[in-house]
Design a protein around this ligand. Structure first.
Ligand SMILES: *Cc1c(COP(=O)(O)O)cnc(C)c1O
Length: 370
C-alpha cells in the first residue's frame, strides 16, 4: 500500500478557473512580459499588502540580492550570516565580494549584532543579514552599527513576507530588502521575487537594472541583468495574494498544535512567538538535544523519513561549510559556535496551509513516541 508522503511544504495554488480567466485576458492583450498590466497591478497590490512604499518585481529571489549589491555599488567585504540558504552568500560571490561570516544569536537564528563590530575592517562596505525563518533581526542595533561605520544594509528577507514589528513592516529596515516568491515560500509566484526600496529614484534605477540597464529605447545606464517577471506569474501572484492571509492563519494553527504537543517532550525545543511581532509561520524549526531526547537530530530525521515524513535540516550544512566558502577565514567553528550548533540540531517540521489533522498527528507521534 502506498503511504502518502508528508512534505515539508506544499505550494499555495490559485484557483485554476480564476487563473484561466486571467490567462485569457493576457492572450487577448498579447502582452506577455515587459512591465505589462498584471506586473503593474501586482507591484501596487504588494506595496499595499506589505505596507512598503516601493516594490520592484523580479524573476526570482536571488537576482534582487545580486542587483541590490550592484545598485549600491558594494565592493570589498560584506558581513553576513552563515545560517541561511546558500543564495545569500552566492549573491556576494557573483559580485566579487568577500563574505565575512558573523555568528548568530541562539534565541533567533539571526546575525548577532554584538559580534558585527569585531568583524569590520577597512574593506567592509555593507552588512547583509537574513530574517531567518521570518524572525525579525535586531534592525535598530544593526542600523546603529551601519551608521557609525558608514555601511549599507541589505536584508535578505526571503522568509519575511508580511512580517511586522509593532505594526510596521520589517521590510522597511535597512537600505533595501529582498523577497523570494519561490514555490516553497509562504507566498509564491512559482518562481519569483522582489526588491523593496524607500524612494522613487531607487525604484526607477532598479527597474532599469532588471531590464539590462535600459532607460528608454536607446539609452543603457549600466550593465544590467534580465530579471523581469512575466505577465503569467504576475497574474498568478495577484490571485495568490487574495488567499495568503488565510494560508498564514492555517500555518499559525499548525504552529499552535505543534507547540502544545511538544511542550513537555524532553530534549525537543522550539521558539514561541515574539512579543509585538506579526509572524508568517513560514517554518517550524525544532532543536534536538540528543542527550536529553535519547536520539540525535539525524536519527530522528531519518526515522521521520522512513515514515514518509519529510522534514528538512534547514540550515545544515551551514553556507560556510560548502566547499566554495569553507576556506574563508571566518568560516571556522571557533568563529561561529552558535551557527554550527543550530545547524547540527535543527529539523524544520512540515509546515504549510494544507497540513491535515491526521498529518500533524502522524508527525507528532513520530517525535513523541520514541
Ligand atoms: C529562497 C531563498 C532565496 C532565494 O530565492 P529564489 O527565489 O529561490 O532565488 C534567498 N535567500 C533565502 C534566505 C531563501 O530562503
Amino acid at each position: 500500500m502506498d503511504q502518502k508522503l508528508i512534505t515539508v511544504t506544499s505550494p499555495l495554488l490559485p484557483d485554476l478557473e480564476e487563473f484561466h480567466e486571467l490567462l485569457k485576458e493576457i492572450w487577448d492583450s498579447k502582452w506577455i512580459t515587459n512591465n505589462g498590466s498584471f506586473h503593474k497591478k501586482l507591484e501596487a497590490a504588494l506595496a499595499g499588502y506589505l505596507k512598503v512604499p516601493y516594490v520592484s518585481l523580479f524573476t526570482n529571489g536571488t537576482l534582487p540580492l545580486i542587483t541590490a549589491l550592484q545598485a549600491l555599488r558594494i565592493t570589498g567585504e560584506v558581513i553576513t550570516t552563515p545560517y541561511s540558504f546558500v543564495a545569500t552568500t552566492h549573491a556576494l560571490w557573483w559580485n566579487g565580494i568577500k563574505p565575512v561570516f558573523v555568528d548568530i544569536e541562539p534565541e533567533t537564528g539571526d546575525i548577532d549584532p554584538n559580534k558585527i563590530e569585531a568583524a569590520i575592517t577597512p574593506k567592509t562596505t555593507a552588512i547583509m543579514p537574513v530574517h531567518v525563518y521570518g524572525k525579525p533581526c535586531k534592525v535598530k542595533e544593526i542600523q546603529e552599527i551601519a551608521d557609525k561605520y558608514g555601511l549599507k544594509v541589505i536584508y535578505d528577507a526571503a522568509h519575511a513576507f508580511g512580517v511586522e514589528v509593532n505594526g510596521e513592516s520589517i521590510l522597511n529596515a535597512g537600505d533595501m530588502s529582498t523577497l523570494s516568491f519561490h514555490a516553497t515560500k509562504v507566498y509564491n509566484t512559482i518562481e519569483g521575487g522582489a526588491m523593496i526600496m524607500h524612494d522613487e529614484l531607487t525604484k526607477r534605477r532598479i527597474d532599469y537594472l532588471k531590464n539590462f540597464g535600459f532607460k528608454g529605447e536607446t539609452e543603457v545606464i549600466a550593465p544590467g541583468i534580465n530579471s523581469k517577471m512575466d505577465e503569467m506569474r504576475s497574474a498568478y501572484g495577484l490571485l495568490n495574494l487574495k488567499q495568503v492571509d488565510a494560508a498564514i492563519e492555517a500555518r499559525h494553527q499548525v504552529a499552535i498544535k505543534y507547540r502544545e504537543a511538544l511542550k513537555d517532550v524532553e530534549g525537543i525545543s522550539y521558539w514561541n512567538d515574539m512579543p509585538g511581532v506579526k509572524h508568517n509561520y513560514s517554518y517550524f524549526p525544532i532543536f534536538v538535544d540528543a542527550n536529553k531526547y535519547g536520539m540525535t537530530r539525524d536519527e530522528l530525521y531519518f526515522k521521520m523519513k522512513e515514515q514518509n515524513i519529510f522534514g528538512r535540516r534547514y540550515f545544515y550544512p551551514l553556507i560556510c561549510d560548502f566547499s566554495t566558502y569553507k576556506g574563508l577565514p571566518s568560516s571556522t567553528r571557533e568563529n561561529l559556535p552558535n551557527a554550527y550548533k543550530m545547524a547540527d540540531t535543527v529539523i524544520c517540521l512540515p509546515m504549510h496551509h494544507a497540513l491535515s489533522k491526521e498529518d500533524i498527528n502522524l508527525i507528532l507521534d513520530c517525535i513523541i513516541k520514541r
